[in-house]
Each structure stands twice: as structure tokens, then as C-alpha cells.
Write a protein that binds this ligand. Structure first.
Ligand code: MBD
Ligand code: FE
Length: 297
């Protein structure tokens, strides 16, 4: 088997029909994308002589792993790839600068409690150090960003997120808050030190990582969305620079400039971290992507 097989008239006609090219109905852009996507899959099958059994095994893998698609996306590098695409488009448009974006991941929950500054994010007891985070949200000229909302979410000391905790032990929105900032752009919160995340043992992501000779670990980290009138929405996270997985993140979410080392003293740790936002260029760049997220009343 050779991949030129995919270019044979029979297969090319099949692809035209699959993509609905014989019909005037449907979405023209989707037709082009589906045609290329299916052709790409067929090329892989032909190039690697993928067997019928292997194809159906892959289908079963996806069917059984459907609940982990949000986790497979970072694991297979596609979520980070989307960041690289957005970075490249920004560079083309002359829009660099500011705190780097990095992946959202699958574990954000909408409607976390909206609180004022100096918040405590943690509702539940947790046998781990206290984390203090402080800093400023500024614009490109160093000006304070006024009236920002800082969304923060992170894992507990077991690496579990509220609303996604297999032990069922966390109360809703533990380690999740939306913090209303003022005119000075300063933020401060305390929380409980998270530990790194690991993919659920035995799940689809774990199976895939093992089959690839990889692991499914992330360094300890804290996620952020920042939104503020007149500024571009930012999705980012800080990963602890002294974590063993700081440079070996299965999700490819760690980036230079986002790896502060916590200042650990006794049973507390402090991270000072400033955010720099880009100015908004349109209404649409101030708001979140339309990705579907878990929403709890
Ligand atoms: C996480 O906590 C995370 O941030 C990502 C990107 C993937 C899995 C778990
Ligand atoms: Fe995370």
C-alpha cells in the first residue's frame, strides 16, 4: 500500500461525495475542511498500512474515551498548537507583547463566586501550605488596568479540581474565584498550595500516554482568565518553576515567563507575579472564546 492510492480517481470521487461536493446545500467551508480532514486520515492509513483491526481499535478508543476529549486535546498537543497559531497570527498583525497566553485546559467552571480583592480561594480544609499571590495587572505603557476581573482556579493538594474530583470531597467552587480588581490594578489572594495534576489512571489519556512512552503529569499550577474594559481577554496560567514537571508538562502548557518559583517559608509560600494585558482592538477580543465550559447555577 502506498499513499498515492489516495489520489486514485475512485478515492478522490469518494472524498468528493463524502464532503457533499455534489450538492449545493450545506456549508461550503465545512465541505472543504471535511474533505481535507478525511483525505488526511486516508493518507495516514495508506502510508502506514493501518489494518482494518487497527482502525476499529482506534474507533473503540475514541468511543470509550469520549469523556476525556477535553483532556486528550492538551495531551496530543492540539490545545498548545492553537496557542502557537494565535501567537503567529498576532505576530503577523504586529500584536506582540504582554503576558504570554497559554492553554485553558478542560477544568474551568463558570460562575465562580465573585469576590473583592484580598480573597481566600479555598473553602475546604487541606493539609498543605498556604499560597499567597500578589501582583499588578498593567497595560502596555505600564498603566494600571482598571476594573479587571481576575478568574483564578487550581487543584488541591491531591491534584484534584473541585467539580471534577473523583473522591467527591470538595465543596463547589473550592479553589475557584472571580476577583474584582479596582482602579490600581493590584490583586492579592490567598489559597492552599496545589499539587501537580495527573490524568485519571486507566482512562483514555493514560492509555495513550503509556502507549507513546509518555506520562500524564502536569506541574503544580494556577490558571487565570483576565477580562477588563478596553483590554484584550487573556487566558494564561503560572506553573511552579521548581516542580519536577516544570519543563516536562504532558499538556505543553508551561511557557517561558510563566514559571515563577514560589518563595517557600515555613508553611507558606509567596508568588509575586505581574500581568501585562494588550489593549483591545475590537469588542470581540475583550470576551472569552465561545468554547463550551461547565456551568453551575
Ligand atoms: C489540568 O489541570 C490542566 O490544566 C490541563 C491543561 C489539562 C489537564 C488538567
Ligand atoms: Fe489545570
Amino acid at each position: 500500500m502506498n499513499e498515492s492510492f489516495v489520489k486514485s480517481p475512485d478515492v478522490q470521487l469518494l472524498l468528493d461525495r463524502v464532503a457533499g461536493l455534489e450538492s449545493h446545500d450545506g456549508n461550503a467551508r465545512l465541505k472543504r475542511i471535511v474533505r481535507d480532514l478525511m483525505e488526511s486520515i486516508m493518507i495516514v492509513i495508506a502510508r502506514h498500512d493501518v489494518s482494518e483491526d487497527e482502525v476499529w481499535n482506534a474507533v473503540s478508543f475514541l468511543q470509550n474515551g469520549v469523556g476525556e476529549f477535553g483532556l486528550l486535546m492538551p495531551g496530543i498537543g492540539l490545545e498548545h498548537f492553537l496557542d502557537l497559531v494565535m501567537d503567529a497570527k498576532d505576530a503577523e498583525a504586529g500584536r506582540g507583547g504582554g503576558t504570554p497566553r497559554t492553554i485553558e485546559g478542560p477544568l474551568y467552571v463558570e460562575n465562580a463566586p465573585l469576590v473583592s480583592n484580598d480573597a481566600n480561594l479555598t473553602s475546604d480544609p487541606d493539609d498543605t501550605d498556604t499560597l499567597y499571590m500578589t501582583g499588578r495587572v498593567r497595560g502596555p505603557d505600564g498603566e494600571p488596568v482598571e476594573n479587571a476581573i481576575l478568574h483564578v482556579w487550581h487543584a488541591n493538594s491531591k491534584g484534584f479540581y473541585s467539580h471534577f474530583d473523583p473522591t467527591g470531597e470538595q465543596t463547589p467552587f473550592n479553589n475557584r474565584r472571580r476577583i474584582k480588581l479596582g482602579a490600581d490594578g493590584r490583586y492579592a489572594f490567598q489559597s492552599k498550595m496545589p499539587n501537580g495534576y495527573s490524568v485519571p489512571p486507566g482512562g483514555a489519556s493514560d492509555q495513550l500516554m503509556k502507549a507513546l512512552g509518555r506520562h500524564g503529569n502536569r506541574p503544580a499550577h494556577v490558571h487565570f482568565f483576565i477580562e477588563a474594559p478596553g483590554y484584550r481577554q487573556l487566558t494564561t496560567q503560572i506553573n511552579f518553576g521548581d516542580d519536577p514537571f516544570a519543563k516536562d508538562d504532558f499538556a505543553f502548557g508551561t511557557r517561558e515567563g510563566l514559571l515563577p518559583v514560589p518563595n517557600r517559608q515555613g508553611d507558606s509560600a509567596h508568588i509575586a507575579f505581574d500581568f501585562e494585558l494588550q489593549r483591545s482592538r475590537s469588542e470581540s477580543d475583550q470576551v472569552f472564546s465561545s468554547r463550551e465550559r461547565l456551568s453551575v447555577a
